[in-house]
Design a protein around this ligand. Structure first.
Ligand code: NDP
Ligand code: MG
Length: 394
């Protein structure tokens, strides 16, 4: 029986993963090792009972009594805290979903790779903050990383059977988010509720807002560079409001392979779950005649400066991805708290990169996970200072 673990089980990616596991036989077909969550311990316990998990872990110590109570009589162990999540990743499983949001997903993913199984990677922050370390760890332990971000799964699929050397360009698409047509002046006053309303995808709140600001696409540019190793100049972003084409790979003969699918993460998750085979998946089948037309437009770096910042990070590499992601997470916290404006997020990230690079060399390749975490920590402090300046200046 194949063993699985889901990190971030209670999130949007986690729920979709759970749905696919349940539809393909649940506890009868898979042995579940660990399920993790954070605040939503009732749901975590429900999932752990159904899949008969060995252990359920919440990220927050304060939630442990609630988790224990919800698991009484189930035989599922309960644990709490970041260290307990990392320990859960030390329990071997054949297939692990990395679906925690933010830099908190890095350590468990890294630890899971040490068993040499498959890591289905939704947590793009892992690649952005520590791409080279992550790939080196996978290689050292004979583990396989399968991209779950829809664009990266699409690139992976378009590359299957192809010679990587014949690739000329890689294009990842972006819906453009809810503010695709908004003028700059209006963007400054955008609210959290407006930013959360993604036109096509149903996702967690944080990634939805990152989609509106294009920070999600910025992370994905860096993710493409780190995961596939293509030169930054070969990687493009194309705005495609219908979110049907997820990525395109262009070859030196001028041909392009495009990946199309419905905006349902169960496609990319299911692809990773059944890889190298193709399983039957419960996603909607596209009716292209009914869709009629697919449209494309160039992204606007002026209204969405996150893309320009990502280009800088792709050129710098080293520890700059860790600084960029940490600054973005802090800026997002302050925007979600209503303390800074929508456009202030990019300004905070840019100022943080400047402040951090004045103190330490961002281009230095990370020699260890500790160095990445130290950069993450420093950038969070500097970003909080930059955000404070903006709050006081309002
Ligand atoms: P959600 O916010 O929906 O879920 C996040 C999960 O992580 C939840 O299980 C949450 O627990 C848990 N969590 C939150 N904070 C912590 C923490 N500090 N430590 C450990 N666990 C924590 O996020 P998504 O599912 O939307 O995204 C997950 C990852 O997948 C992100 O990296 C995102 O960029 C990526 N991704 C998501 C896509 C999507 O469609 N949603 C598409 C492509 C990539 P709880 O809910 O119990 O508090
Ligand atoms: Mg994506």
């Amino acid at each position: 029986m194949r063993s699985i673990s889901i990190f971030g089980a209670t999130g949007s990616i986690g729920e979709s993963t759970f749905d696919l596991i349940r539809r393909s036989g649940g506890a009868e077909a898979y042995r579940t090792v660990a399920l993790t969550g954070a605040r939503n311990v009732r749901r975590l316990a429900e999932m752990a009972r159904e899949l008969r998990a060995e252990v359920a872990v919440t990220a927050h110590e304060a939630e442990l009594p609630g988790l224990r109570e919800a698991l009484v009589g189930s035989g599922v162990e309960a644990a709490a805290g970041a260290a307990a999540i990392a320990e859960a990743a030390d329990r071997p499983a054949d297939w692990v979903m990395s679906g925690i949001v933010g830099a908190a997903g890095l350590v468990p993913g890294m630890r899971a790779l040490r068993h040499g199984g498959m890591l289905a990677l939704a947590n793009k922050e892992s690649l952005v903050t520590a791409g080279q370390l992550l790939l080196a760890t996978a290689q050292a332990h004979g583990a396989t990383i399968l991209p779950v971000d829809s664009e990266h799964s699409a690139v992976f699929q378009a590359l299957t059977g192809e010679d990587g050397g014949a690739v000329e360009r890689v294009i990842i698409t972006a819906s453009g988010g809810p503010f695709r047509e908004w003028p700059l002046e209006r963007l400054a006053a955008a609210t959290v509720a407006e930013a959360k309303a993604h036109p096509n995808w149903s996702m967690g709140n944080r990634i939805s807002i990152d989609s509106a600001s294009m920070f999600n696409k910025a992370l994905e540019l860096i993710e493409t560079r780190e995961f596939f190793g293509f030169d930054p100049a070969m990687i493009e972003v194309l705005v495609h409001p219908q979110s049907i084409v997820h990525a395109l790979v262009g070859f030196r003969d001028g041909g392009i392979m495009a990946h199309l699918g419905p905006a349902d993460m169960r496609h990319a998750i299911g692809f990773a779950l059944h890889w190298p085979e193709r399983g039957h998946l419960p996603v909607e089948r596209l009716d292209l005649a009914r869709l009629g037309s697919l449209t494309f437009e160039a992204p606007d770096d002026r209204r969405f400066p996150a893309l320009r910042l990502a280009r800088e990070v792709m050129a710098l590499r080293g520890l700059s991805g860790a600084a960029f992601n940490a600054a973005k997470e802090i800026a997002l916290d302050h925007f979600m708290a209503g303390e800074i404006g929508f456009l202030d997020m990019a300004a905070v990230v840019e100022d943080t990169l400047d402040a951090v690079s004045a103190e330490t060399a961002l281009t230095m390749p990370a020699a260890s996970l500790e160095e990445v975490l130290a950069m993450d920590h420093l950038a969070r402090i500097r970003a909080a200072e930059q955000a404070r300046k903006r709050i006081e200046g309002r």
